[in-house]
Ligand binder design. Structure first.
Ligand SMILES: [Zn+2]
Length: 339
């Protein structure tokens, strides 16, 4: 490499395909971001256009940063599921109707002329946290991502657990409620964690709770024609001490704790990381800290004492760059394993 000494060779490219943007980054051998950019996803267009643009954006990033194309030895790619990771095919993601059944891994590898490692977007983000974020210095990690849905990633000794059918870390769909009237998940099945702990679930549970006329809350006054109820609205009301909002956030913590308790017994990871947009302000906010403590309390109530005593549960450290950094990190792991 000829560019700045501050980066450690070789470089890896990371590509994170989302419903809104495709993020592209160059990452060095220690997980440091060299350069990154993003461009809008065209969800209804054939993905060949986006794949070509990835190559162009990478060319520009490499040139601007003062490197050569040969300094990049491999690339990682994360996309929304469902997908067939082993065959490298994106299947039927709801947000990307034009991309269905596209052999994305092979096409990207052809266009880049580099080996490409393929991962679920949540798995890639988890790997980013494991490599250089909240999971750094731990041998194993489970990440739970709370957003519109609930996603996750399981990393054990540098390996992302994808499973035989590419559904190995579907943490949002573990069953936490087997009652006949359990809530229905976004996937259509009943009682899944996502149906209780996602942002969408929080909104649904809040609407139901507001249906009780005795439940006093400022939320009724905040909702308008142009401002429908959102998880952020509930979080803000809870921060300001609104009793109903506080109760709903605490219930979210309890549901999440039930899911994590199962994962603790199943995997016993060295660290659990909570990522995603719905973090109630994270470690910097009293509400975020309270939420985390309530999750821990519920986990400890349900697990073996030793697992409760040694429970490590923290918020994620990386922001929206976790996906492409983790994709690059997965490419690096694969590169280092290849003789
Ligand atoms: Zn589900």
């Amino acid at each position: 490499m000829t560019a700045d000494e501050q980066f450690v060779a070789p470089l890896f490219a990371g590509v994170d395909v989302g419903g809104t943007n495709v993020k592209v980054g160059l990452v060095d051998n220690q997980g440091k971001i060299v350069a990154d950019t993003k461009f809008p996803t065209l969800p209804n267009e054939p993905p060949d256009v986006a794949i070509s643009q990835v190559r162009e954006e990478l060319n520009a990033l490499i040139e601007t940063a003062g490197f050569q194309w040969s300094d990049v030895v491999a690339a990682g790619l994360g996309t929304p599921g469902p997908m067939d990771i082993h065959r490298g095919v994106i299947l039927t993601p709801t947000n990307l109707p034009g991309w269905h059944h596209y052999p994305i891994q092979g096409r990207l590898a052809d266009v880049l002329g580099k080996p490409v490692t393929y991962a679920n977007d949540a798995g890639a983000a988890a790997f980013g946290e494991f490599w250089v974020g909240g999971g750094q210095n731990y041998s194993s990690m489970v990440m739970i991502t709370l957003g519109t849905g609930v996603g996750g990633g399981i990393i054990i000794d540098d390996i992302s657990v994808d499973g035989a059918n590419s559904h190995g870390a579907e943490i949002g769909h573990i069953v936490i409620d087997t009652r006949s009237d359990a809530r229905i998940c976004g996937c259509g099945q009943a009682g899944h964690l996502e149906a209780y702990s996602s942002a969408m679930a929080l909104v649904e549970r809040t609407k139901e709770a507001m249906g009780n006329p005795d439940a006093g809350t400022v939320l009724r006054d905040l909702i308008g024609e142009t401002s429908p109820l959102s998880a952020l609205m509930v979080a803000t009301a809870a921060e300001e001490g609104d009793p109903l909002a506080v109760k709903l956030v605490s219930e979210t913590a309890v549901y999440l704790g039930r899911g994590i308790a199962q994962l603790a017994h199943l995997i016993d990871p060295a660290v659990f990381i909570l990522g995603g947009a719905m973090n109630f302000g994270g470690a910097a906010s009293p509400l975020g800290v309270k939420f985390l403590n309530e999750v821990k309390t519920e986990v400890r109530r349900l697990v073996f004492p030793v697992l409760g005593e040694r429970l490590v549960l923290n918020f994620a450290k990386l922001g929206s760059e976790a996906g492409f950094v983790g994709a690059a990190g997965l490419a690096r792991s694969q590169y280092n394993r290849t003789p």
